[in-house]
Design a protein around this ligand. Structure first.
Ligand code: GRF
Length: 193
């Protein structure tokens, strides 16, 4: 039997996808161990939620850039992940662009979830982009992370209808429900190989 994959979950926000993953692990639907939860923001709710589950947490050093780590910060993150013998890096609302050396230390081992049916609506507030475009459905995508933002190989997708009267908030909530089903199921398949 394969050993249990050790995950680091990286997030900057409320951590609802992290909770969905941890609950899937506890329910036996996902064979993995979350060995570390990392945030770039010291007061991100994801850290509180991780501590509530009794999981180890870490905060990345502050940086002057908003959308990426400093080169030293990226090196420190890689060292942290090595110290915790991490196999897979799981992005769950992590709001920084991932660069080398993180990318080349974990080739095909960094996974993200994005709130659209990629390649449509890359980037920020994808649900608002979908509403503005007037499409009838959108969804969410689990994909490998590479140098191109939201451009890595697609692992799995789930469709979500856009309903009359949807606001950005109602649509985002419906997409997040789909994310919480899709992410654990997609990771379970990846880890089975
Ligand atoms: C999710 O909608 C995900 O698609 C995007 O960031 C959001 C994170 O939400 N990448 P949460 O922090 O997991 O609740």
């Amino acid at each position: 039997m394969k050993s249990t994959p050790r995950l680091a979950v990286l997030g900057s926000g409320k951590g609802s996808n992290f909770v969905a993953l941890q609950e899937a692990i506890l329910a036996g639907r996902l064979n993995a161990k979350i060995a570390l939860v990392v945030s770039d923001l010291p007061d991100a709710l994801i850290l509180t939620r991780a501590k509530d589950f009794g999981l180890p947490t870490a905060i990345l050093p502050a940086t002057t850039f908003k959308t990426k780590l400093s080169p030293e910060g990226e090196i420190a993150l890689v060292e942290l992940l090595r110290e915790h013998t991490i196999d897979w890096v799981i992005l769950a609302g992590y709001m920084r662009v991932v660069k080398d050396p993180l990318l080349n230390t974990f080739p095909e081992r960094i996974i993200n979830i994005h709130p659209s049916l990629l390649p449509a609506f890359k980037g920020l507030h994808a649900w608002e982009q979908a509403l503005a475009a007037g499409v009838q459905e959108t969804g969410c995508t689990v994909h490998f992370v590479n140098k191109e933002i939201d451009g890595g190989k697609i692992i799995a997708q789930q469709r979500v209808p856009i309903l009359p009267g949807d606001t950005p908030a109602t649509l985002h909530a419906r997409i997040q429900e789909a994310e919480h089903e899709l992410y654990p199921a997609a990771l379970a398949k990846v880890f089975q190989g």
